[in-house]
Design a protein around this ligand. Structure first.
Ligand code: HEC
Length: 164
């Protein structure tokens, strides 16, 4: 597997070096959401991979669906509730099935969760610039409606993109 964005791996190295140690490969554009990139590498990459490719049968790829979710109001809610409350039960991403449990990240603050999702949506899933970045206010609004991973899966059925 050839990493599409070597910068992501370097970001991880940067993190390990400490605050402010984030580095980029020469000639590569910096992520638009450096705090989100750092949070993703710290909190999400262990399962979804540094470039969001996922792990076969264990964790889904984040390289396509998040961009489509971010383009609709209910899809944006879905992204927020997935990180706030986790996701539990069988899902399909493109033609692949996953049936596992994503932990919740409610302990992270709203701004950090929004930045993490923006890294996923724009840097990993390449949403077009016409899509508005998620805001801390959108995360806060979802935090006001407690749910669990099974409920998040139910909501996902209403927003999951049609198989490409
Ligand atoms: C312990 C492993 C693990 C970690 C850590 C993790 N995830 Fe997940 N994630 C999963 C699994 C497993 C699923 C699918 C759950 C299922 O099968 O119902 C998932 C699903 C998702 C989905 C839904 C994809 C879709 O198509 O609906 C998103 C978005 C997501 N994760 C983002 C993140 C973000 C952002 C982080 C970090 C804040 C993160 N994940 C951390 C395991 C993980």
């Amino acid at each position: 597997m050839i990493p599409r964005r070597c910068g992501v791996g370097l970001l991880l190295a940067g993190n390990l070096l400490g605050a402010g140690g984030v580095v980029f490969a020469a000639g590569e554009s910096a992520p638009q959401f450096p705090e989100g990139a750092a949070s993703f590498q710290q909190n999400c990459a262990v399962c979804h991979g540094a470039s969001g490719a996922g792990l076969p049968s264990l964790a889904p790829p984040l390289t396509a669906y998040p961009a489509r979710y971010a383009a609709s109001a209910e899809g944006r809610r879905q992204l927020a509730m997935t990180v706030l409350y986790g996701l539990f039960g069988e899902i399909a991403v493109a033609d692949k099935r996953f049936d596992f449990k994503m932990p919740d990240f409610a302990r992270l603050d709203d701004a950090t969760l929004a930045a993490t999702l923006n890294f996923v949506v724009f840097e990993l899933a390449h949403a077009p610039a016409t899509v508005a970045p998620l805001t801390a206010a959108e995360i806060a609004a979802e935090r006001a409606h407690p749910a669990d991973g099974a409920a998040v899966r139910e909501h996902r059925k209403t927003v999951v993109p049609a198989t490409p």
